[in-house]
Design a protein around this ligand. Sequence first.
Ligand SMILES: [Fe+2]
Length: 186
Amino acid sequence: MVDVDNECYHCPSVHPGLTDLYGRSYEEGPWIEGTHRIRGPFNEKPSRRDLNKDYRNLVSQHPEPFNSMPQAWLYIGLFPVSVLVFYPESAGFYRSIPIDVQTSVMTGATYSYSGESESMQLARAQAALIDGEVMIEDKHVCELHYQATASKYWEKGFLGDSEKALREHHDMLRTLIPELNSSAPS
Ligand SMILES: [Fe+2]
């Protein structure tokens, strides 16, 4: 689940709503001290989805200084389970807590800024709807991933070029826990 969630190379194909919100101009990669950063500036073109249109219309009404803040969604991944989230009208976090190999529980919170405007309050509610869609899409991808790895045709392989942050995290774990360098059970 963390593998699916923490790097957004899957976003263009899995999250059409997010792609409509910030287009393909998002940038991501390993960041400071083993963290991973995803930054999605809003699409330069108008969004097509009503949910995103309404959200961006609200964001444009935010008072200063929020109106001058970057028009973007920013995520900072703290491997292995936590993500910090910064939107123009809120800040928050979420965590994926593994229960067993196929089940995780997500917890998190979104915080408003003190003295928020009505547009900021409404935008937080709208962003929660967008995030709700993303959550359902990610859940579906996790199910497909489990089906794929359970297939007899699944072959173990190296991480792809897009999985830099995950690879860095695995490398760090192998440094901290030398036993992980051995593929044979001891
Ligand atoms: Fe996702």
